[in-house]
Write a protein that binds this ligand. Structure first.
Ligand code: KG4
Length: 336
């Protein structure tokens, strides 16, 4: 089954052609980072307008690079939630038009389910069930992936997503946008014990997380150093911040993995590129006898190949949409 997949939930417009859920025939991304960098964050209106500008040519490019003809496409898949509503709507409406013109089924895909499916591309033998840590700019959740389309959230952030926390702290440090990758690079060789930042403990649900306290404490530490005109050891700060984030995430994922007993842990989303988190998870999985699955770096961030991959399994489970498909800013992973 050859699927044209479309992703436009935030600031990347992406189109890909994927065969049978695991083989990526083309994967095109048009990034808007340069347009939003001046504002230190994504401006929704600018994102939507630029998706409209590039989406048609990008889909054409994805089909051309796949080596297929239009009449060889069997379905069109699209991210329909969650994301910036105007941005998601651009992809959804384009996908409806494409599915109607090609006379093929339209398959709606939840963005975070797509991130999880990025692991199937990197690891052809990976099959559910497994526990997945989903960490991106908009999501922080520990998901019980019972089957390709049956999922349950075991724990999630009560406030900020971890990627948002990286981005906000990096913005105040003035080291670039989006801030996760620059923070990661800056941390190299830094003393990760030099700065002490808080770890939030969430009552009631032991697998839930919270990052707003870490964000506020980090911003206060930076501002205090500025006011006192004390130099901040940037490498040590970035390393201490990365250690703290990892110490919040890794024990909870391992606890979830122990509860489920699948023996398999995966990671998904843009923050899955973080070296400290990858390294700490590898150690924890080795020590507990779990297999760790990490997506290739090129599939950690937003892309359409992962949407095409998940769409194959959604289609097999009978999930299709009509031309009345709507876009949603928020949507539970479990409801698909
Ligand atoms: O998955 P993604 O591309 O978009 C969403 O679906 O949200 O994730 C983007 C997030 C940004 O917050 C970015 O700063 C973060 O992923 N990120 C990283 C790294 N690379 C990207 N965070 C920490 N370490 C990295 N190496």
């Amino acid at each position: 089954m050859n699927l044209l997949a479309i992703e436009s939930s935030c600031d990347d417009t992406a189109a890909a052609v994927v065969r049978d859920g695991r083989t990526v025939l083309s994967n095109c991304v048009s990034s808007q980072i340069a347009m939003h960098a001046a504002y230190g964050g994504v401006v929704p209106e600018i994102a939507s307008r630029n998706h409209i500008k590039v989406i048609s040519a990008l889909c054409r490019q994805a089909v051309e690079e796949s080596g297929l003809r239009l009449d060889q496409l069997d379905a069109v898949a699209v991210t329909y939630a969650p994301g910036l509503i105007g941005a998601v709507l651009v992809g959804v409406n384009f996908a409806k038009g494409a599915a109607m013109a090609l006379d093929v089924p339209l398959i709606p895909v939840h963005h975070v389910r797509g991130h999880i499916a990025a692991n199937y591309i990197t690891h052809p033998n990976l099959k559910p069930p497994f526990v997945c840590l989903c960490i991106s700019g908009g999501t922080t959740a520990i998901v019980d992936v019972q089957d390709y389309t049956r999922m349950k959230v075991m724990g999630e952030t009560r406030d900020d997503a971890v990627g948002e926390c990286f981005d906000k702290v990096a913005r105040v440090l003035g080291i670039g946008y989006p801030g996760g990758a620059p923070m990661d690079r800056l941390s190299e060789g830094g003393d990760d014990q030099k700065y002490h930042l808080p770890h939030a403990h969430v009552q009631d649900r032991e697998l839930d997380l919270s990052f707003s306290g870490l964000k506020t404490a980090s911003l206060n530490l930076i501002h205090n150093a500025e006011q006192k005109q004390e130099p901040l050891d940037l490498a040590a700060f970035a390393a201490s911040f990365g250690r703290t984030v990892s110490e919040c995430l890794v024990p909870r994922v391992m606890q979830a993995a122990a509860q489920k007993g699948y023996g398999k842990v995966a990671v998904a989303g843009g923050v899955a590129a973080n070296r400290r988190i990858r390294q700490d998870l590898q150690r924890a999985c080795d020590a507990s006898g779990n297999l760790l699955f990490l997506p290739e770096l090129s599939y950690c961030g937003d892309n359409a190949a992962m949407i095409g991959c998940q769409a194959f399994y959604e289609y097999q489970a009978g999930h299709q949409a009509g031309l009345d498909l709507n876009a949603y800013a928020t949507r539970d992973i479990a409801s698909g």
